[in-house]
Design a protein around this ligand. Structure first.
Ligand SMILES: Cc1cc2nc3c(=O)[nH]c(=O)nc-3n(C[C@H](O)[C@H](O)[C@H](O)COP(=O)(O)O)c2cc1C
Length: 212
């Protein structure tokens, strides 16, 4: 059993910030929930705006669970999700005693990346990420920006040096994606792998591209 939790299901923290790529967050959340994972969710103010701007009003934070079930299927109901205020630095996941085994920041803005790189811990997203680093747990950062400035590149290096996994929002095309959903599946699969979960979100590379 993970410390700080009374059930045996894996618990993962997911932070959604205001970088483009809300579909990656939605697909990752749905895939974790479909595996029966307990998700501790934090959405920044700009993350809230992003969900609405990119996925529509139906995907606003308050409607997110029904949106995920309607979009990705009833299996999403297997998991549970607990939404935290990003201003609540007294939340359970602000402490290393909570049993979250990992965290993904998806997508991760350059602002939040900078804050994590410098250990600022001003908001719950920043503090929970800092907890992952200090406890030597998995922290997966999915940055999205292009082109990148030198400070942004250096912040990624700082996070990597502190133990985070930098997993840029860079879907691949060798899987012959046919839709945006295929690209989102690829990114969500990479994130699940980095968090230690098995999945079938994209086929394993066989050595040649499948054009069927
Ligand atoms: C529609 C939209 C798209 C944005 N896309 C990005 C992006 O891809 N990368 C980024 O670093 N910031 C992006 N921003 C700017 C961030 O949202 C902004 O820096 C914000 O302060 C980030 O705060 P947060 O990390 O607390 O969410 C975008 C903003 C908007 C409104």
């Amino acid at each position: 059993m993970v410390p700080g939790r009374t059930d045996r299901r894996p618990a993962i923290a997911i932070a959604v910030t205001g970088a483009s790529g809300a579909i990656y967050a939605a697909r990752t959340l749905a895939a974790l929930l479909a595996r029966g994972v307990h998700v501790e969710l934090i959405v920044t103010d700009y993350g809230r705006r992003l969900l609405r701007d990119e996925l529509g009003e139906a995907a606003s934070v308050d409607n997110l669970r029904p949106y995920l079930i309607a979009t990705y299927g009833a299996e999403v109901e297997a998991g549970t999700m607990n939404l935290h205020s990003n201003r609540d630095l007294g939340a359970t996941i602000a402490s290393g005693s909570h049993g979250c085994s990992g965290m993904a920041i998806v997508p991760c803005s350059m602002k939040t990346l900078a804050a994590v790189a410098h250990g600022l811990s001003r908001s719950l997203v920043e503090r929970a990420a800092d907890v992952m680093l200090k406890e030597r747990r998995r922290l997966v950062i999915v940055p999205r920006e292009t082109p990148m400035s030198l400070p942004q590149l250096k912040n990624m290096v700082l996070c990597a040096e502190a133990g985070a996994i930098l997993l840029p929002a860079m879907p691949a095309f060798y899987q012959q994606p046919k839709s945006l959903d295929d690209l989102a599946d690829f990114m969500a699969g990479k994130i699940l792998s980095a968090l230690g979960f098995e999945h079938d979100l994209y086929p394993a590379w066989t050595g040649t591209a499948d054009r069927s």
